[in-house]
Ligand binder design. Structure first.
Ligand code: UDP
Ligand code: MG
Length: 340
């Protein structure tokens, strides 16, 4: 694909209120990346932090020309922040990680080794988890199991952002919601070779997690959507047909049982089983309708975003030492352009 970029590695890190973690992480990253001896850049995304994160990042930017700071206009969330970083990154290889020091830069070379072996995407695998058991580990276990089954990709851990990619892989993927964890599924549908490496999972150094059980629920909906997009977006009737069949099938069976009770045992269905029957039917039908509406909504939102090339984030400003020709927003929109 065209010329090799002069930058080999881009490290993308989203930050939301991580002022205490930034300097430490930056220093460790610098050590590790310098040791690799190839040109690299850091793309630090400030996701609308309310603490001094942006100030800390700006100070680092001032004295290191390899550091870029992308600041979002407000707090958009981890996935849009990552996407903003991915869009800005120019390295042949993109490495994403958390900014709260739950990911150890010293493990980056192991990701890169796998890429050298020919993989397109290397995902971290938290072998032993340090998160609260009931609220984080259990939902994550279930989600990982479901995702592996649904996507057919044999990864143990879909939930971590610690990953390395060839940049082409990322360019083809649209990200929404909590979708960053589905990059492997989406990438593999376009033929990417995927593998994983075990990583450590230390506690956050400071600050607190931005997420709790609520995210598991959002992840679950994204899971349904990704499954739908990958398998059924071109043949939705098969998907809805299956649901419809299951609904009408069980309704028919239940109805038959009730009829049999009426005919053979002369039970009065309306007085003895009526409310139960109505409740079951109502729940089932409305359940189907909710799922269908959610999926249709997702489809139309994709049409909306992709047809208009609408970004899922909005930039406040970009700081970069880059001096590339023909790559800036200005050159894309020549002077004298009549539109807008
Ligand atoms: N993050 C972000 N925007 C948000 C929430 C989190 O950019 O709205 C960043 C956060 O600063 C961290 C990473 O995403 O670098 C992971 O967040 P967190 O540690 O809260 O998630 P957890 O590790 O608990 O899954
Ligand atoms: Mg964390």
């Amino acid at each position: 694909m065209g010329m090799e970029s002069p930058i080999r590695y881009s490290i993308v890190v989203p930050f939301y209120n991580e002022q205490e973690n930034i300097p430490d992480l930056y220093m460790k990253l610098t050590d590790v990346m310098d040791a690799l001896g190839e040109p690299y850049e850091m793309v630090f995304v400030d996701d609308g932090s309310k603490d001094n994160s942006y100030k800390v990042l700006s100070e680092i930017y001032e004295h290191d020309h390899r550091v870029n700071v992308v600041r979002l206009r407000r707090n958009f969330g981890q996935t849009p922040a990552l996407k903003a970083g991915f869009d800005f990154a120019r390295g042949d290889i993109v490495i994403s990680m958390d900014g709260d020091q739950q990911h150890d830069p010293a493990e980056i070379p192991r990701f890169l080794e796998k890429l050298e072996e020919g993989y397109d995407l290397v995902s971290g695998w938290r072998r032993s988890r340090n998160d609260p058991w009931l609220m984080r580990q259990v939902p994550s276990r279930i989600a990982n199991w479901l995702m592996a089954k649904l996507s057919g990709i044999e990864l143990h851990d879909f939930g971590t952002t610690f990953k390395a990619y060839r940049r082409e892989i990322l360019q083809e993927i649209q990200l929404y919601g909590e979708l960053h964890r589905f990059i492997p599924a989406l990438a593999s549908s376009s033929g990417a070779r995927i593998t994983e490496v075990p990583i450590s999972n230390p506690q956050r150094k400071s600050g607190r997690s931005n997420y709790g059980i609520g995210r598991s629920i959002r992840v679950f909906f994204d899971l349904i959507m990704v499954k739908f997009l990958l398998d059924y977006s071109t043949r939705p009737l098969q998907f809805f047909g299956m649901l419809g069949l299951a609904g009408t099938g069980s309704g028919f069976i239940l109805g038959s049982i009730l009829v049999a009770k009426k005919v053979f045992f002369n039970e009065n269905i309306m007085t003895q089983h009526g409310p139960l029957l109505l409740l079951a039917i109502a729940l089932f039908v409305s359940g189907i309708q909710f799922i269908s509406m959610g999926l249709l909504g997702e489809i139309s939102s994709r049409t909306y975003y992709e047809s208009q090339n609408k970004a899922i984030y909005s930039l406040r400003e970009v700081k970069s030492h880059r001096k590339e020709q023909g790559d800036s927003a200005e050159s894309a929109r020549p002077f004298g352009s009549t539109e807008r």
